[in-house]
Design a protein around this ligand. Structure first.
Ligand code: NI
Length: 385
């Protein structure tokens, strides 16, 4: 069974909504325009709307025809601090901000499901549409949970999805159990002592200390963690100095760790601390390690993973939906919601091939009615089991 015909019939509207979001991207916790449009469309379709949940988050509630279960569906709304280089006619009009992860499409797909369900009402129980802010490492899911999301809107199951630019349109993948990595973001601040570059003996050089520390940090994964354990430690920023002839006093190093096992993550955190301390002592500098635990490991419920694949197969075909999604070292804060309510998260493939977060990222819009149809079928089928 393909895309739901009613949803297919308003695909042009979905494309227009998505292009509008794409043209006006907003960073995490600043999704004022986006969430305003979401709220007004939901209202227009007769759906009960709750705003300001997790700052800019929106929740829509739609009752079916009779008693049944409550199913939550979640989409993210935020864009990234990237300068768009696509040359699309609807490219970002906001300098330095771009929907390079396709959250504009995720929001649109969930709106598509809501519009169809509000008019067809072909279900019992209740649908909860969760439009989440700030997925890109800025704590949107945790903010909604802190605002008592699931106390106000208790759900029996929750589902989410992410577009995947794998050149395989309509390919749906789910990985039961551990599916996506937990992630820390960290900053290491080296406070040393600057001097004239011509008189290095008068300095404690933070650049020498910092580059040495980066090399040492790269031994943690290779020497302190079992080779069978998937873990990533990447240094992504080094900031120091502003002149040719000055040894600066400070150097800041930032990066991220990705992990699937909390005990292993704790070993890495401790080794970073130990190396900072040892190198600080060795060079006579001060080194601060400031770690933030940003993403939890995303764990899909085993049986609901199967449910999600079967329902997606109704839309994309049996041969196009499977449980073979590869383990991802990427992270996703839907993980925090899955720690509270059982559910599953899938990827939906499309024709694009440039990676997510690339400044030329291209989203194939044929994914819009596909995602909307999968969301809608989840409500129709899971509210009455
Ligand atoms: Ni994303």
């Amino acid at each position: 069974m393909p895309v739901i015909p009613e949803i297919d019939s308003f695909t042009d509207d979905l494309i227009a909504i998505r292009r509008d979001f794409h043209e006006h991207p907003e960073l995490g916790m600043e999704e004022v325009r986006t969430s305003g449009i979401v709220a007004s469309l939901l209202k227009q379709w007769g759906i009960e709307v709750h705003t300001g949940i997790g700052k800019t988050g929106v929740v829509g509630v739609l009752n079916g025809n009779g008693p049944g279960r409550t199913i939550g569906l979640r989409a993210d709304m935020d864009a990234l601090p990237i300068e768009e280089k696509t040359n699309l006619p609807f490219a970002s009009k906001t300098p330095g901000v771009m929907h390079a992860c396709g959250h504009d499409a995720h929001t649109t797909m969930l709106l598509g499901a809501a519009r169809y369900l509000a008019s067809s009402k072909n279900f019992n129980g209740k649908a909860v549409f969760i439009f989440q802010p700030a997925e890109e490492g800025l704590g949107g899911a945790r903010a909604m949970l802190a605002d008592a999301l699931f106390d106000k809107f208790p759900c029996d199951e929750i589902y989410g999805m992410h577009n995947k630019p794998n050149g395989q349109p309509g390919k749906v993948g789910v990985r039961p159990g551990q599916a996506m990595a937990g992630a820390d973001f960290f900053d290491i601040r080296i406070k040393a002592s600057g001097s004239h570059a011509a008189r290095p003996q008068e300095s404690i050089d933070p650049i020498v200390i910092g580059t040495n520390l980066v090399q040492q940090l790269q031994t943690i994964v290779s020497r302190n963690v079992s080779p069978t354990e998937p873990i990533v430690l990447s240094i992504t920023q080094i900031h120091a100095g502003a002149a040719y002839n000055v040894i600066p006093s400070d150097c800041t190093i930032s990066g991220t760790m990705r992990f699937f096992d909390t005990d292993v993550a704790n070993i890495v955190r401790q080794r970073i601390r130990d190396l900072c301390k040892g190198i600080a002592t060795g060079y006579g500098a001060d080194i601060e390690f400031d770690n933030q635990e940003i993403f939890s490991v995303l764990v899909n419920d085993e049986s609901l993973s199967q449910v999600l694949v079967e329902i997606a197969a109704d839309v994309v075909g049996k041969e196009q939906a499977d449980l073979l999604e590869e383990l991802s070292t990427g992270s996703e804060d839907f993980a925090d919601m899955l720690q509270v309510i059982p559910g599953a998260y899938c990827t939906v493939g499309h024709e694009g091939t440039l990676p997510l977060h690339n400044d030329g990222f291209f989203l194939d819009e044929s994914i819009l009615p596909v995602g909307a149809s999968i969301y809608a079928r989840l409500i129709e089928q899971r509210t009455s089991v």
